[in-house]
Design a protein around this ligand. Structure first.
Ligand SMILES: C[S@@+](CC[C@H](N)C(=O)[O-])C[C@H]1O[C@@H](n2cnc3c(N)ncnc32)[C@H](O)[C@@H]1O
Length: 191
């Protein structure tokens, strides 16, 4: 029984399974995480932006609205089920043609084109090799561009968050204070 529970919780993998994502990605979320309030200072029309660990696409769809018809969203996740749910959501919102979905390998973000902005929301604590992850993000972000990094307070202590920011600095990012994000620790990383 406990083995089944462990399997269901995907504990070995540390990765949030698609069915658990509904606990935070539901209709109430807009009151906690207003995408325009969180991302509005960083995203402009026509940009190419990446949502790494996009899950079911709560932010990808909002970002697709913000970048407009001339922009591009690259939505990356390890789980095909997340990307399938994201596509359904994007079609319903009428922005599917602005979003490229990429099924990533755990050790490779798999983004080939340069990005003007990267979002890593509530996902870095699930990544196995965090120093390598930040190195890969640095290589796709255009010089001077920004990444918003946010973690759930419930899973990531301030100490762990600061340690992770240390990996980002080692990959060449400078760190600026992030916006206020409900139930989260957040920082802006500048390439
Ligand atoms: C807690 S969910 C957050 C989803 C989304 N960012 C949101 O805020 O709704 C974390 C997501 O990151 C994905 N993930 C974890 N490690 C990853 C990696 N190395 N590369 C890409 N996606 C990853 C998981 O599959 C999961 O969908």
């Amino acid at each position: 029984m406990s083995a089944l529970f462990e399997k269901l919780m995907n504990r070995d993998e540390k990765v949030c399974p698609w069915w658990l994502a509904w606990t935070f990605d539901n209709p109430l979320r807009k009151w906690l995480h207003d995408p325009r309030q969180i991302l509005g200072d960083y995203i402009k029309e026509g940009m190419t932006v990446a949502d790494i660990g996009c899950g079911m696409g709560y932010f990808s769809v909002a970002m697709a609205r913000m970048i407009g018809p001339t922009g591009r969203v690259i939505a990356v996740d390890l789980q095909q089920m997340m990307l399938d749910l994201l596509r359904k959501r994007a079609f319903r919102a009428g922005v599917a043609d602005r979003i490229n979905t990429i099924l990533a390998a755990p050790e490779d973000i798999s983004i080939a084109e340069p990005a003007d902005f990267v979002l890593a929301f509530w996902m870095v604590h699930e990544v196995k090799d965090i120093p390598r992850f930040f190195g890969q993000v640095a290589s796709v972000l255009k010089p001077g561009s920004r990444m918003l990094y946010a973690e759930p307070r419930i899973h990531v202590t301030q100490r762990r968050f600061d340690d992770i920011l240390g990996f980002a600095k080692a990959a060449g990012f400078s760190v600026e204070p992030g916006p206020a994000v409900g139930m989260s620790r957040a920082a802006v990383l500048v390439r």
